[in-house]
Design a binder for this molecule. Structure first.
Ligand code: SF4
Length: 428
């Protein structure tokens, strides 16, 4: 029997090598939670366990997973197909944490799906994977075939009477498919635009049926919570937080990458101890703590624990927990313009403020960066952060895009003004 892990999500991951086969995974006590649960534990007890663990959604929102599951109507209330949908459409710039789990331990993902689907009494599961993640798609399909051959997926799994099919769906390359209702539309073969909510997918999701959409990392936690319990999971975090998290760092650090750490680890510890600190000759200016849709956290605040609540106290969000580091040799205006280019390109075009506003923001920032900005541009940009802010657009893409711009104007205002006054970028 394996020792009780402190870093459960990555315990089987051999970076740079092939993932565990089903046999290796089972040797490491994999699928034990499935064998001990299916047909032996009431699905409602499983949902209660996940709720008691406090597991939050790891896709960026942090919504309690057990609570989300409890919002799905019971099978007696809504007979017919029920779906579990795994959101693996990881396209946020700077975010690459789910890739580690998909490629590094696909059987962990499959085990989490089986247990979660059993809890929800869902008979079909789809894994919606970013289309460029070819290795992940190949490894997932291989793992599914191995699990099917072992009777862990299919009809009457392990004699429990529970049936489940699992299918991988490769995305076609649109960032908006990471929004859960656009993902539903895409999977149904429709144009990938968000749906209005309510009704929420838990009630009216894929093909009008009850559907739970969960992130990869969220589902990968499930087998461990089932195996070791809610209290064990809650005790893994630090600074008042629960569980562990796949954090990540990109930018000019010595060792960019992903790291499983106790939830609540301070940002400074991750950057200095795990990412090796800044490369020689570079100084950290600020960080986007959780991908391109989060606001800047300035260098003097690096000791903040990486939790949803602590980041909110500093005017930003934990988001996906994958930090993008801005250094002193990179122009903040160019950095933000680059992010806005991405969001402008990825606007789905459904609502006018985002469709027309984001390209305008991109052009204005690029003209300032090129030394062609006007004094009035800064007030106009600030106004745009309001016009494209929360509540002004159909989904969260545009408000997310405004996070770096709004905080950038706040923290780097003199740098913007210098570009306009000198008609040049000080970094070129
Ligand atoms: S905010 Fe942008 S991405 Fe969201 S629905 Fe409107 S146009 Fe589409």
């Amino acid at each position: 029997m394996s020792a009780i892990p402190r870093l459960p999500l990555t315990r089987n991951i051999r970076r740079g090598a092939a993932p565990f086969s089903r046999a290796e995974y089972e040797q490491a006590d994999g699928y034990l939670a499935v064998r001990d649960t299916l047909g032996k534990v009431e699905p409602a007890s499983l949902i209660a366990l996940i709720a008691a663990s406090g597991l939050g959604g790891c896709g960026g929102g942090g919504f309690p997973t057990g609570r989300k599951w409890q919002l799905m109507p019971g099978k007696d209330q809504r007979p017919g197909p029920r779906y579990l949908l795994i959101n693996a459409d990881e396209m946020e710039p700077g975010t690459f944490k789910d890739r580690l789990l998909l490629e590094g331990d696909p059987h962990q993902m499959i085990e989490g799906i089986i247990l979660s689907a059993y809890a929800l009494q869902a008979d079909h599961a789809y894994i919606f994977v970013r289309g460029e993640y070819l290795t992940a798609i190949e490894r997932l399909n291989h793992a599914i075939a191995e699990a099917e051959a072992a009777g862990l997926i299919g009809e009457n799994i392990l004699g429990s009477g529970f049936d489940l099919s699992v299918q991988v769906h490769g995305g076609a390359g649109r960032y908006i498919c990471g929004e859960e209702t656009a993902l539903l539309n895409s999977l149904e073969g429709r144009r990938a635009i968000p749906r209005s909510k309510p009704p929420f997918p838990q009630v009216n999701g894929l093909w009008g049926c009850p559907t739970i959409v969960n992130n990869v990392e969220t589902i990968c936690n499930v087998p461990h919570i089932v195996r070791y319990g809610a209290d064990w999971y809650r005790g893994l975090g630090v600074n008042g937080a629960l569980g562990t998290k796949i954090y990540g760092v990109s930018g000019r650090v010595r060792n960019p990458g992903t790291f499983e750490l106790p939830m609540g680890t301070p940002m400074r510890d991750m950057i200095e101890d795990h990412a090796g600190g800044m490369k020689d000759g570079y100084r950290l200016t600020a960080v986007l703590p959780g991908g391109a849709s989060t606001a800047f956290l300035m260098a003097e605040n690096l000791d903040v624990p990486m939790t949803f609540a602590d980041m909110a106290k500093h005017g930003t969000r934990l988001g996906t927990g994958t930090a993008i580091v801005l250094d002193d040799k990179t122009c903040p205006v160019g950095f933000i313009a680059n992010l806005q280019q991405f969001f402008a390109r990825e606007s789905c075009g459904w609502c006018a403020p985002c469709r027309d506003g984001l390209p305008w923001v991109e052009r204005t920032l690029k003209s300032i960066e090129a030394g062609e900005g006007r004094a009035t541009d800064l007030d106009l940009l600030l106004e745009m952060t309001g016009n494209l802010g929360p509540g002004r657009t159909f989904c969260a893409l545009a408000p997310g895009a405004m996070a770096s711009l709004q905080s950038g104007l706040q923290y780097f205002g003199p740098v913007f003004e210098q570009h306009i006054a000198t008609k040049a970028c000080p970094w070129t």
